[in-house]
Design a protein around this ligand. Structure first.
Ligand code: PLP
Length: 395
């Protein structure tokens, strides 16, 4: 009953994407990619396979099947197929966290290879480079990535990879991905884009990026209940095969249940993103007009210095924003104690709205302004979110 035909059918899509005419929209892809009716039971929802080991065929090894869960397992394979289809890439590898995925990228390089990374990025990626990979021998230059001239000046003969994150964390600055891809490719380097903030609304492969990285902990999972990461490659080439090797030999793999949760979250991702973006724009407009707020960082506002680039590069402006408050650090630290709907917590991309004093979590080398608060806008009604911020700001 559980021979190889079952295993291959399990991973077939109920409808192959090619059968949907002319080209399925992202909402449709998100619901169906990497899924199939379970041939053993007829289950519509994907079963979870916890087994760590799989029966070997009588004659030894079945290269298309499974043998040991670290190497591959049904839930991870289904998720990876779905991720690759969703992003329009050739192949994907799922990891135990976003930072495990980032680690695999840098491990695929060698000592003395040169990487260009942004001065402003998710602080965990910067810390990863500084505390693990610089001592290991990677040469890293941190540049002002929104400025293409700064990138060009940092390129040298050893440059292998440019790491971009756009919009940036936490002051929501944009990097022109197509321009950076051109610089990277002229230098014979790869462009990797951390697209964690913008799944579905920013398509890095269409802008010539080579690898897309996600912390699936955020919008893919979408419910603040699973940690995960992913790498999706435009081509299933030597570099991707090296990433695959690091995934399976290094072993920073996600559990089957975690894969299942991320895959399940993906089904509602495009619809959730639409609401996150719509709500965030309304909150940003409210804050921009508030007398206690000195600056709002949101690319959907016409006042954002890179609004035109955002409109060109993104189909919507995201669910993340930050703002700076009149007053001092203490005032900014106090505000999250007064919100009732926004929870005082780090992370992002869940159904519930979060507020965070970013500087105090980033540690001593932070560049974040002391009065900056970062918001992850959830799926609550935007009028309620605005009322909550309004009462918290009224003091
Ligand atoms: C959260 C996050 C990461 C790290 O992901 P983990 O899943 O926490 O390891 C990387 N980049 C960005 C932009 C993030 O928000």
């Amino acid at each position: 009953m559980f021979g190889s035909p079952t295993r291959s059918v399990l991973l077939c899509q109920r409808i192959t994407m090619a059968e949907i005419d002319p080209q399925p929209h992202l909402e449709t892809v998100a619901v169906h990619a990497g899924r199939g009716i379970d041939p053993a039971t007829g289950a519509v929802a994907e079963p979870i396979h916890l087994s760590t080991t799989f029966q070997r065929p009588v004659d030894g090894h079945d290269p298309s099947g499974f043998d040991y869960a670290r190497s591959d397992n049904p839930n991870r394979r289904a998720l990876e197929k779905a991720l690759a289809t969703f992003e329009g890439g050739a192949a994907a590898a799922a990891f135990a966290s976003g930072l495990a995925a980032a680690t695999a990228i840098f491990q695929a390089l060698g000592p003395n290879d040169h990487v260009i990374a942004p001065v402003e990025a998710y602080h965990g990626v910067i810390r990863l480079l500084r505390t693990l990979f610089v001592p290991w021998g990677l040469r890293v230059d941190f540049v002002d990535m929104p400025d293409p001239e700064a990138i060009k000046q940092a390129v040298n003969s050893r440059t292998r990879l440019i790491w971009a994150e756009t919009p940036s964390n936490p002051t929501v600055k944009l990097t022109d991905l197509a321009a950076v891809a051109e610089i990277a490719h002229q230098a014979g380097a790869l462009l990797v884009c951390d697209n964690t903030w913008s799944p579905g609304i920013q398509r890095p492969f269409a802008l010539d990026a080579d690898v897309v990285m996600y912390s699936t902990t955020k919008y893919f999972g979408g419910h603040s209940d699973v940690v995960g990461g992913a790498l999706i490659a435009r081509q299933d080439d030597e570099f991707f095969q090296r990433l695959r090797e690091i995934q399976t030999i290094g072993g920073a793999v996600p559990a089957p249940f975690d894969c299942w949760l991320v895959h399940r979250g993906m089904q509602t991702l495009p619809c959730r993103m639409r609401a996150h973006c719509e709500h965030a724009l309304r909150v940003a407009e409210f804050l921009a007009a508030h007398p206690r707020v000195t600056r709002v960082h949101y690319p959907g506002l016409a006042s954002h210095p890179q609004h035109a680039l955002a409109a060109r590069q993104m189909s919507a402006f995201g669910g993340m924003l930050s703002f700076e408050l009149r007053g001092d650090r203490a005032a900014a630290m106090a505000l999250p104690n007064r919100t009732r709907i926004f929870t005082r917590a780090t992370s992002l991309g869940g159904v519930e709205s979060l507020i965070e004093h970013r500087q105090s979590i980033e540690g001593p080398d932070t560049r974040t302004p002391e009065t900056l608060l970062r918001l992850s806008i959830g799926l609550e009604h935007p009028a309620d979110l605005i009322a909550d911020l309004g009462q918290a700001l009224a003091v």
